[in-house]
Design a protein around this ligand. Structure first.
Ligand SMILES: NC(=O)c1ccc[n+]([C@@H]2O[C@H](COP(=O)([O-])OP(=O)(O)OC[C@H]3O[C@@H](n4cnc5c(N)ncnc54)[C@H](OP(=O)(O)O)[C@@H]3O)[C@@H](O)[C@H]2O)c1
Length: 197
């Protein structure tokens, strides 16, 4: 899985359920990466999207503990375990974890690549991405030039990669061990993937 986020100089990513800054170039990058691919987000991030609507052209998987939560165009999962199950049919695809803080924290261990748009200044924030520079499992593999957005904000595109690739092993393992079906055997997926709240 991939993680994609925009973080400020202190790894802040949001305040009062809103993004810290608007960088059109980052939005375009996000769209280019995620379009056509499944995206995973927390319920609060869904609520923070324009009109609380899912992202077009992508399968939107939303984590919530609320059993009655439904929204047109989303697939809900009520636990990480259920999420992994719902993701099984997309094992060959580029899955993107798109936030927010609680979801990044919980799914970082399942990600191989992290695309971080690093904003050069610091904002007041109440939601944070784990500091990838301080994590020994991760290394910075691509550090883009600092750029100035059309609105004057300075940022750079960074890519971090897990030093030892997971190659979806944890997902496959979780499915086999906890859910009792073979990751590769897609036919058995629907039979075993029926969750009740
Ligand atoms: N800069 C960026 O790239 C970026 C990207 C995305 C979001 N953000 C920011 O991040 C902030 C939101 O982050 P957040 O941590 O407050 O919220 P969040 O992670 O978006 O959503 C949290 C919600 O997700 C559900 N959830 C989380 N873990 C779950 C689990 N294991 N099982 C079932 N449901 C689970 C719960 O929903 P229920 O309460 O419904 O049970 C929980 O309240 C906002 O400020 C947003 O703007 C920034």
């Amino acid at each position: 899985m991939n993680l994609i986020a925009a973080a400020d100089a202190n790894w802040g990513i949001g305040f009062k359920n809103r993004l810290l800054a608007h960088i059109p170039e980052d939005m375009a990058f996000f769209k280019e990466k995620t379009m056509g691919n499944p995206v995973v987000m927390g319920r609060k991030t869904l609520e923070s999207l324009p009109g609380g609507q899912p992202l077009k052209g992508r399968v939107n998987l939303v984590l919530t503990r609320e059993s009655s939560f439904q929204r047109k165009g989303i697939v809900t999962a009520h636990s990480i375990r259920e999420l992994l199950c719902r993701l099984a049919p997309y094992a060959g695809k580029d899955i993107y974890v798109i936030g927010g803080a609680s979801v990044y924290r919980q799914l970082l261990g399942f990600c191989d690549t992290a695309y971080v748009t690093r904003i050069s200044c610091a904002y007041q924030a109440d939601a944070f991405l784990p500091d990838l520079d301080g994590q020994k499992e991760w290394e910075l593999t691509d550090c883009g030039e600092e750029q100035a957005s059309a609105n004057g904000l300075k940022y750079r595109f960074l890519t971090y990669r897990r030093k030892q690739k997971l190659r979806n092993a944890p997902l496959a393992l979780q499915c086999r061990q906890r859910l009792g079906y073979n990751w590769k055997n897609q036919k058995s997926h629907s039979a075993h993937c029926s969750f009740r709240p």
